[in-house]
Design a protein around this ligand. Sequence first.
Ligand SMILES: [Ca+2]
Ligand SMILES: [Ca+2]
Ligand SMILES: [Ca+2]
Ligand SMILES: [Ca+2]
Length: 302
Amino acid sequence: MKKSLLFLASALAVVVLTACGSASENISASDTKSGIFLIVSDRDGDSEIFVMNADGSKDQQLTDNDVLDFDPAWSPTGKEIVFSSDRDGDSEIFVMNADGSKKQQLTDNDVRDFDPAWSPDGKQILFVQGNETSFRIHLMEADGSRENLISAEDSQTYSDDGPAWSPDGEEIAFFSDRDGDPEIFVMNVDGSGVRQLTDNDVADLYPAWSPDGEEIAFFSDRDGDSEIFVVNVDGSGVRQLTDNDVADLYPTWSPDGEEIAFFGKFEEDLRMHRIDRNGSGLVMLEYFDLWFDWKNDPAIAN
Ligand SMILES: [Ca+2]
Ligand SMILES: [Ca+2]
Ligand SMILES: [Ca+2]
Ligand SMILES: [Ca+2]
């Protein structure tokens, strides 16, 4: 769960209301090159899930209630969305159709469940579960059955968080503060073979696997204000993509792997940005909301 963004969302709500009046328009399928974002916005007073064209135009609201709905992620077919919702007070994992219909609850417990990620083969869902002091990564079938812990089981209060599938579905990238500050790790889907990709004394957070499987994007506070980085899956070849004095957060790859979208600060607001994989071609989108997943499937856009 992009926990801090829920609080940022509140601060941005007034700006969003003045900047975007298109919530009821339908998504256009014309921009297939750029694709479609899943985003979260609290423009109606609490957090809701929307789909939006990746060029920042036109959006469509998928949830409408008075609790927090967050962390949306596409199924591999683009026909369904997995997300978190706090309607019972401790957040659970839900799925719905891409048009917002047929919402179905998958978890039901008294601890927090968030940050779901659908497996590339569509059969399983990764998510994070825990209390305020310690999170672990869990895996379940896409119908909510056979839930099991895949993080190492121990009583320490560190957290494993931000799970991201490799495109071949065989490995999971995540971040963990098990060494005292957050680092990027990779493990096999059964929790074995944990290897550490970053090692420093600042926060390295929210890995995102490139569609070709070769690199992992993340954001890091190593220069004091957070930048977007990319690293090879073996931990070599760290590349810094942004370099400025504001926060750059939460990278997500374009479906074709040529671009990375992220949150960057502009003046006093966070805005969505896109940058080429090589670090050139930075574009700031005329949009203020919080995005979480990017898919290039026009089939969902109706
Ligand atoms: Ca809501
Ligand atoms: Ca729960
Ligand atoms: Ca670190
Ligand atoms: Ca920065």
